[in-house]
Design a protein around this ligand. Structure first.
Ligand code: NAD
Length: 291
């Protein structure tokens, strides 16, 4: 690494808190080195109240761009000069490109990464009916991207908890921004009869809740009886690598059973491409850092 750094090296960064556990520096620095790009990537622990100072500093230092993690994603969306259509709808960004003139463009690549991961597993979104479980950060990004990418219907299900109202807002935003979508709605996840009926009429089931993630690793987000061979099933949870839902989907012979680690990889790859205009060596990164 130190042999690569000189007076022209461009800085890329991750801001948020905590960041010490992040795999991003390893992934991006490996990719820069592999492609001979004179850039370096560092993680900075930035609490919410310091977001503006951090963004101003990165702008002043003319960084090439930066990723944003919790708790700064929403705050950064309000500080940049423009937002991508998806970031605008989600109201958050995880990737900021510092343009040549010093202006900042905010993107959200979570949904892009999710859709790309599905594609890598032979599952297309366009024209498909989707059941999406969850209304938190990951679910919102996926709902918006799926709508922008031409899903024919999105039925969101969530518990009637503090996240439910966010799902109602997302439905409204999608209806206004993508009027061509045939159906977008939100229902109570605890209405298992309706849930089973809607999954029975859908092509893709996506879990974007915390169900299945440690310490909820024994929680199935839907009844096992909803799984059938014609259904493609995807999970955003990547800890554990194979969630209970994905294991049960494989056992039920679902036409695809896609875990969450690929979403993590491809959202990073999408950011890398926005930064450099080049494709990240995704397969190598996957084997080296994500297996
Ligand atoms: P969040 O806190 O914003 O939202 C949590 C969601 O889970 C809400 O919809 C909530 O109602 C639901 N929920 C919580 N406990 C539940 C339970 N017991 N049963 C059913 N629903 C429950 O979280 P987030 O940031 O959207 O993350 C959600 C999951 O997605 C986490 O496991 C996270 O690690 C994962 N994630 C993965 C990626 C990736 O790249 N693969 C990216 C972001 C998040």
């Amino acid at each position: 690494m130190e042999r690569r750094i000189d007076g022209h090296t461009k800085l890329y960064a991750l801001i948020g808190s905590p960041v010490g556990h992040s795999g991003s520096p390893a992934m991006y620095n490996y990719s820069f080195e592999k492609l001979g790009i004179n850039s370096a990537y560092l993680a900075f622990d930035v609490p919410l109240e310091k977001t503006k100072e951090a963004v101003d500093a990165l702008r002043t230092l003319h960084a090439g761009g930066f990723n944003v993690t919790m708790p700064c994603k929403t705050a950064v969306a309000q500080l940049v000069d423009r937002l991508s259509p998806a970031a605008e709808l989600v109201g958050a960004c995880n990737t900021v490109v510092v343009e040549e003139d010093g202006t900042l463009t905010g993107h959200i690549t979570d949904g892009i990464g999710f859709v790309r991961n599905l594609k890598e597993h032979g599952v297309e979104i366009k024209g498909k009916k989707i059941v999406l479980l969850g209304t938190g950060g990951a679910a919102t990004a996926i709902a918006v991207q799926a709508a922008l990418d031409g899903a024919s219907g999105i039925s969101i299900f969530n518990r009637k908890d503090e996240f439910f109202a966010n799902g109602e807002k997302t439905v409204e935003k999608i209806r206004n921004a993508v009027p061509t979508i045939e159906e977008v709605c939100i229902n109570d996840l605890d209405d298992t009869e309706l849930l089973a009926k809607v999954i029975g009429e859908s092509d893709i089931l996506i879990n974007a809740t915390r169900a299945g993630m440690s310490p909820l690793e024994n929680v199935m987000p839907v009844p096992e009886s909803c799984l059938r061979p014609e259904l493609a099933v995807a999970d955003v949870v990547y800890n554990p690598r194979e969630t209970l839902l994905i294991r049960k989907a494989k056992e039920a012979g679902c036409r695809a059973a896609v875990g969450g680690i690929g979403m993590l990889l491809w959202q990073g790859a999408a950011a890398f491409e926005l930064y450099t205009g080049q494709e990240m060596p995704a397969q190598e990164v996957l084997e080296k850092f994500f297996s």
